[in-house]
Design a binder for this molecule. Structure first.
Ligand code: RB5
Length: 149
């Protein structure tokens, strides 16, 4: 189950992503927004972040104008690793090395065609584990206030 969310700036991408997921038969839960009327991106980032961190959804996709604000907000939720992606290599590597669980993109900077490519790569790339587990555990430790460096 994929959690979806966006603000007005990312609404066009989420509409296309829903069509893509429907075509592929991939289940999703849409946390809104549901139009291109102006809204506050932290609301949708929080809802999707909670759904992913709490285990209700396996992964999430969030879109705003740039992907940046909505990723910042999502990353405030414990357990979220949200990554802004602007290229195919990043879509792959953030899954392999950062074990990202939320893909963030911007409707004002990324075309629908590219967003669907990044979505496909992100959803189909596994976490690499191994040496990256240790580094991802460090991210969790920073989040939990248990990190010493
Ligand atoms: C909304 O105008 C815009 O600020 C938002 O979509 C996003 O780009 C924030 O990072």
């Amino acid at each position: 189950m994929i959690a979806l969310g966006c603000d007005h700036g990312g609404y066009n991408l989420i509409v296309a992503i829903k069509d893509y997921l429907d075509e592929k038969g991939i289940a999703y839960k849409d946390f809104g927004t549901d139009s291109d009327e102006s809204v506050d991106y932290p609301i949708y980032a929080y809802k999707v972040g909670k759904a992913v961190a709490g285990g209700e959804c396996e992964m999430g996709i969030l879109c705003c104008g740039t992907g940046i604000g909505i990723s910042m907000a999502a990353n405030k939720v414990k357990g979220v690793r949200a990554a802004v992606v602007n290229n195919e290599f990043g879509a792959e590597m953030t899954r392999r090395h950062n074990h990202a669980n939320i893909l963030c993109m911007g409707g004002r900077v990324t075309s629908v065609e590219d967003a669907l490519k990044y979505t496909e790569i992100f959803l189909n790339t596994p976490e690499e584990g191994g040496r990256h587990d240790k580094r991802v555990a460090m991210l969790t430790a920073i989040e939990e206030g248990n990190f010493e460096a």
